[in-house]
Write a protein of this length. Structure first.
Length: 236
């Protein structure tokens, strides 16, 4: 589904639970942003083929959760695309470090179990290596600026295209039932930092489109809704 010219939401992802996006670059190439669950790889490849599969040569990972990197290894293998993520997230994306879950005792105990379950029962296989590491404020060939938004994970990034007001936020926050909401507490070890990251995004100017990792894209009153959401965090 085309959200705006040059930005697509991959159709049929994990029953509509998680999103992946395809960005058409100024140089004519395609960049995939996140790769869903392991079973989503085939859907992503089919969607890209409907555009032009030979043009997919870059994959940006917003963060290392199974529902954002599950299809990464398969899509990368099929396309030869370069894999890009924040430097802090590299070890999780490559599978050499377990993703830290929430701050509760249960969440901390669940982290190694979740890793084992995703590999054994969901067919998850980490990508062999990350090709490019990015940092806060870095400008990418896509014309997107990297914004470091930790809290949900230490190396989560958002992507901002200032000229068109497009903001892709990963799981910095979600969009459900017409409302913006915090990332799930069980998988957010630093909720205080996560709130600061939302405030950081709310300070951006002229945001017109918000694409979340979960939920429908926000295409109406995006900046006002984001600022109101950030302000509501101070009240809670």
């Amino acid at each position: 589904m085309q959200i705006v010219p040059g930005l697509h939401l991959v159709d049929g992802m994990a029953g509509g639970i998680v999103n992946a996006y395809v960005w058409e670059r100024p140089d004519g190439g395609l960049t995939l942003i996140d790769t869903g669950m392991p079973k989503d790889a085939a859907k992503i490849l089919a969607f890209v083929r409907s555009l032009d599969s030979e043009r997919l040569d870059r994959i940006i990972v917003t963060h290392g959760d199974i529902d954002h990197i599950g299809g990464l290894a398969e899509v990368q293998s099929a396309t030869g695309a370069r894999v890009i993520c924040h430097a802090v997230e590299k070890e999780v994306v490559e599978g050499s470090k377990i993703r830290e879950m929430g701050s509760s005792v249960f969440s901390r105990a669940y982290s190694p179990l979740a890793d084992a379950v995703t590999r054994r029962f969901m067919g998850y296989k980490p990508v062999d290596h990350v090709d490019e590491l990015v940092l806060d404020k870095q400008m990418l060939p896509e014309g997107l600026q990297v914004i470091h938004v930790p809290g949900h994970t230490p190396g989560q990034i958002a992507l901002y295209q200032a000229d068109r007001g497009i903001l892709i936020v990963g799981d910095a926050f979600g969009s459900r039932g017409g409302k913006l909401n915090m990332p799930t507490a069980m998988a957010t070890p630093r909720k205080d930092i996560a709130r600061d990251s939302i405030r950081k995004l709310a300070a951006l100017k002229d945001v017109e489109i918000i694409c979340c990792g979960h939920g429908a894209p926000v295409t109406v009153d995006a900046q006002a809704r984001l600022q109101a959401f950030a302000e509501s965090l101070d009240e809670g």
